[in-house]
Design a protein around this ligand. Structure first.
Ligand SMILES: *Cc1c(COP(=O)(O)O)cnc(C)c1O
Length: 249
C-alpha cells in the first residue's frame, strides 16, 4: 500500500518486484512509456493519446493499485461486474468508461454510473441513455461504434450510417457526442491494422466536415496499439498488456 504523500523510488521498486501485484505496476508503467514513445514517433503530443485501462475480469484491488500510480480512466464491459468495483473504489476519483455491448435493459445503470460510453450503435439506446442520465450529472460522453467490416454478432454501425446516428445524438441534451470507436477484426500486420484505423479517422473527418464538433478516436487494444496511435487514436483501450491474460468468461 502506498500511504504517505511521498512515493520513494524504493517503494515503487518494491511494488514492482512483489510477485502478484508487482508485475501489474511494471506493465502499466511500460504501457505508459510505450504510448508516449509511439506518440513522439508519429509526431503527436504525448498527452494527446489517453489510456483507458480495460479492467474487466480483474479485481478492484488491481484497479486501486493502478490508481495509486496515477491511472484515472478504467473501462468495464459487464455491469454486474463493474458496479460492485465502482462501489469499492468510491473513495477514488476515477473516470469510468463503458466498453461492453449495451443492451436496452441495462441503460439506466450505465447512464447513472459511467462517464463515457464507447459502444453506442443504436438510436433507441441513445434516447434511453439521454432520458436516464441524472439531471445533476454532466452529459454522458459518447463514442459511436463503427463496424469497419461487417461481422455477425459484433456491434457497430457501418460507416455509411455513422453521420445519421451522430446527428441524432447531437440533438440529445444529456449526451455529448465525442467521436468514434472501433474494434476491427484481428490483423497480424501493422500496415493492415493501420489501414483499418485510418478508415475510422476518415469517418471522423466526415463528421467534422458535416459540422460536428468531435475530438475522440477510441481505437487500439493490446495487439494493435501501435497502428492505432499511428492513425490518430486519442483513447487506446488496453487490457491484457497491463493486467495479463483474463480468465475466459
Ligand atoms: C477487452 C476489450 C479491450 C482490451 O483488449 P486487450 O486485447 O485485452 O487489450 C479493449 N476494448 C474493448 C471494447 C474490449 O472489450
Amino acid at each position: 500500500m502506498l500511504t504517505g504523500p511521498q512515493i520513494s523510488a524504493d517503494t515503487v521498486t518494491a511494488i514492482v518486484t512483489d510477485g502478484t501485484s508487482g508485475n501489474l505496476s511494471e506493465r502499466w508503467t511500460q504501457t505508459r512509456h510505450r504510448i508516449a514513445d509511439l506518440a513522439t514517433q508519429w509526431g503527436r503530443l504525448c498527452d494527446s493519446v489517453g489510456l483507458v485501462a480495460i479492467s474487466k475480469g480483474h479485481p478492484a484491488a488491481a484497479l486501486r493499485q493502478l490508481a495509486e500510480l496515477g491511472q484515472r480512466d478504467f473501462g468495464e464491459n459487464y455491469l454486474q461486474e463493474a458496479l460492485p468495483k465502482q462501489q469499492e473504489l468510491q473513495d477514488l476519483k476515477l473516470t469510468w468508461h463503458f466498453t461492453g455491448q449495451l443492451q436496452g435493459n441495462k441503460t439506466r445503470a450505465v447512464a447513472e454510473h459511467f462517464d463515457w460510453v464507447h459502444t453506442l450503435d443504436r438510436e433507441r439506446i441513445a434516447i434511453r441513455l439521454n432520458e436516464q442520465r441524472p439531471q445533476h450529472a454532466p452529459p454522458l460522453n459518447i463514442c459511436v461504434q463503427v463496424s469497419l467490416e461487417p461481422e455477425p454478432g459484433k456491434g457497430g454501425v457501418p460507416p455509411a450510417e455513422v453521420l445519421a446516428l451522430a446527428q441524432r445524438i447531437v440533438a440529445l441534451p444529456k449526451l455529448k457526442l465525442r467521436g468514434l470507436m472501433c474494434i476491427p477484426p484481428p490483423r497480424d500486420r501493422f500496415d493492415e491494422q493501420r489501414v483499418l484505423f485510418q478508415q475510422l479517422a476518415d469517418c471522423q473527418r466526415g463528421l467534422i466536415a458535416a459540422g460536428l464538433a468531435v475530438d475522440t478516436l477510441s481505437m487500439g487494444m493490446s495487439a494493435d496499439l501501435d497502428a492505432a496511435v499511428a492513425a490518430g487514436a486519442t483513447w487506446v483501450r488496453i487490457g491484457t498488456a497491463i493486467f495479463g491474460e483474463r480468465h475466459k468468461k
